[in-house]
Design a protein around this ligand. Structure first.
Ligand code: HEC
Ligand code: HEC
Ligand code: HEC
Ligand code: HEC
Ligand code: HEC
Ligand code: HEC
Ligand code: HEC
Length: 410
């Protein structure tokens, strides 16, 4: 009897709970629906941050994030325009030359010396660390241009994935390049998953402050009209988010190929990336046969690493994205050694004891620079495409790489 009573009441409790969960979920769904879609008006632009965050702003202008995805003016372009180093021959008959003209910077196509077509560079994609590709506006659509600058060889080259012996001038781009190379672009053809038409004057160039801190026009307005308030409102500090959300801030662009569920520009820091992308599709690591796709997939690789699974590591464990830290090996090594002190007993492995000044090479052995499959270009007179090198974020041991480094050290 008593048992039955108890059962009845627990059924009631469960029903009650289920009902309140249902109501809660409904409310949350409503809350989500009520969330305003992100639009251009919500952004302030990095220049607006300078007055109150001067130091961060000035350093930001030196970062690859800022430089990537800018209007194609001379100060953002790495490659040369001077005669003899400004061309790329597709065939002995077909030459594309970089030229400065009154109305801008152009890629000019010549057939047997005769000008056939001139295309203006409107947007430059890439800071030039590895290379730069260019986009051209035709009305409200963007097209990728045939010639790309490849920094490692200091040469103009055929754009990655373009045909080898024919100049391709009509490769449209969707919002995809922009999603990772600018902060915000507004589709002009409605709120589709991957727009192809854009409002030219509604773009926040570069990977700017507000990509990592959320649209901040309201923050600027509030702090400006309330200068006595010393705490922040209406802005996201990633350090205050949970671990996955912190990773999400970066993974939206550094998560490799993921299936999109909602428009990428609607994702902002503090939201869950899994609501916008199928995260379980983050590419797996398969080290066999050099099958690592390192282009833009630092998150996918890192999360397969022991360092990541056995600690609370985020991207900020090694990176301060406010500064340009490229090539500062000592900064990175100090991060490794904060978790793996060189004096410890476990550090004295068979390999480590053989290497002089082991700390100068940690990264080269455990995070080697590998060939990108996505950024590979045809250089003048070379049969095979040449790939850019990208630092693998699968932190592990790479026997072939170790062997090479040990041999070089001898
Ligand atoms: C009128 C001054 C002012 C302007 C302009 C301004 N901020 Fe702030 N911001 C503040 C103040 C005050 C704080 C709180 C003190 C602090 O953390 O520096 C703050 C804090 C922050 C924080 C840390 C928030 C936290 O919770 O820890 C971020 C991130 C931030 N601002 C980003 C931005 C960005 C991005 C811009 C430009 C779009 C910007 N701010 C423009 C005044 C300003
Ligand atoms: C909007 C997309 C986007 C977001 C968000 C983003 N990045 Fe990047 N990041 C890029 C692109 C694109 C590049 C390549 C820039 C270039 O060289 O052209 C890059 C480059 C970098 C680099 C190399 C810098 C250098 O000097 O070469 C580091 C490190 C990096 N990102 C870390 C991060 C971290 C950490 C976060 C999160 C806090 C983050 N990124 C968020 C797109 C993004
Ligand atoms: C690629 C992402 C990224 C970009 C771009 C970026 N920040 Fe940050 N910012 C972060 C992260 C991550 C943190 C938290 C760092 C940590 O974990 O302590 C942060 C922290 C801050 C803070 C809190 C105080 C501090 O310095 O830690 C302020 C203020 C801030 N950023 C302002 C800016 C401004 C202004 C810009 C542009 C001029 C900018 N940020 C660009 C990622 C970014
Ligand atoms: C998923 C995000 C993502 C997409 C989509 C994307 N990129 Fe990138 N791109 C990156 C990241 C991250 C890097 C930095 C190097 C790396 O990690 O491979 C990069 C690097 C580059 C570079 C070399 C920049 C440099 O000098 O360091 C170029 C050029 C480039 N991308 C062009 C493009 C073009 C053109 C498109 C569209 C067809 C595109 N990217 C689409 C994320 C992306
Ligand atoms: C936030 C702490 C942290 C940082 C930073 C860190 N690691 Fe680790 N790492 C760990 C932990 C925890 C493990 C797993 C336990 C162990 O083997 O010590 C690990 C494991 C490893 C392993 C063994 C991997 C395997 O598959 O067996 C290597 C190699 C390694 N780390 C190298 C590095 C290098 C190189 C750096 C710097 C680029 C670094 N770690 C930075 C925490 C960290
Ligand atoms: C254990 C330390 C560590 C962590 C954690 C880490 N990185 Fe890196 N990252 C490095 C090192 C070392 C380099 C090479 C820097 C250099 O060559 O100057 C690098 C380079 C990069 C580059 C430039 C790629 C290239 O080859 O030019 C990008 C982009 C990047 N990291 C993004 C990220 C993102 C996003 C995360 C988080 C998902 C992350 N990193 C986490 C250590 C780390
Ligand atoms: C010449 C290449 C090389 C260099 C340089 C190197 N390692 Fe290693 N490391 C290895 C190899 C190979 C192993 C696997 C064990 C072995 O064969 O000694 C290893 C193992 C490890 C491990 C796992 C140890 C364990 O618990 O089994 C960690 C952590 C590690 N290295 C961190 C570092 C750090 C941090 C640095 C820089 C201070 C560094 N390594 C420099 C090649 C290298």
């Amino acid at each position: 009897m008593i048992l039955k009573q108890k059962n009845k009441s627990s059924v009631l409790v469960i029903l009650g709970l289920a009902a309140s969960v249902f109501i809660l979920v409904q409310c949350m769904d409503k809350g989500r629906e009520a969330e305003e879609p992100v639009s251009f008006a919500a952004y302030a632009g990095a220049e607006k941050c300078a007055s109150c965050h001067k130091e961060v702003y000035e350093k930001h202008l030196q970062t690859a994030h800022y430089l990537t995805g800018q209007p194609a003016t001379e100060n953002f372009i790495t490659g040369r325009f001077s005669e003899n180093s400004n061309g790329y021959y597709y065939t002995p008959d077909i030459l594309v030359k970089m030229q400065k003209r009154d109305s801008g910077l152009y890629q000019v196509i010549y057939y047997r010396g005769e000008e056939k077509m001139a295309i203006r560079k409107d947007i430059v994609i890439g800071s030039g660390v590895m290379g730069q590709s260019f986009l051209n506006w035709r009305n409200d659509r963007l097209f990728q241009m045939p010639v790309t600058y490849f920094t490692a060889a200091a040469q103009w080259s055929n754009s990655p994935g373009f045909p080898a012996e024919r100049v391709m001038t009509d490769r449209p781009i969707t919002s995809r390049c922009l999603e990772c190379h600018v902060t915000y672009a507004e589709g002009s053809g409605g709120d589709t998953l991957e727009p192809i038409n854009f409002a030219k004057d509604k773009m926040i160039y570069g990977v700017s402050c507000e990509k990592c801190h959320g649209p901040a026009a309201k923050h600027v307005a509030f702090q400006t009209s309330n200068p006595e308030v010393k705490t922040a409102k209406y802005v996201v500090n990633p350090a205050k988010l949970n671990r996955q959300q912190q990773l999400d801030v970066c993974a939206v662009c550094h998560g490799g190929k993921m299936q999109k569920l909602k428009p990428s520009f609607q994702f902002t820091p503090g939201k869950n990336l899994a609501d916008y992308f199928r995260m379980d599709q983050v590419q797996d690591v398969s080290l066999a046969g050099g099958e690592v796709e390192v282009h833009g997939n630092q998150y996918g690789l890192l999360r397969k690493s022991k360092c990541f699974t056995a600690s609370k590591m985020t991207c900020s464990s090694c990176h301060n994205t406010h500064e340009n830290e490229r090539g500062k090996t000592e900064v990175y090594v100090s991060k490794c050694m904060s978790c793996h002190p060189a004096g410890s007993a476990t550090f004295k492995t068979a390999t480590h004891v053989q290497v002089k000044a082991v700390e100068t090479e940690c990264i080269n052995c455990h995070m080697p620079a590998l060939e990108s499959r996505a950024i590979a270009v045809h250089l003048q007179g070379e049969e095979k495409p040449r790939a850019a090198l990208v630092r693998s974020h699968f932190i592990g041991t790479y026997p072939d790489v170790t062997k090479k480094i040990l041999n070089n050290k001898k």
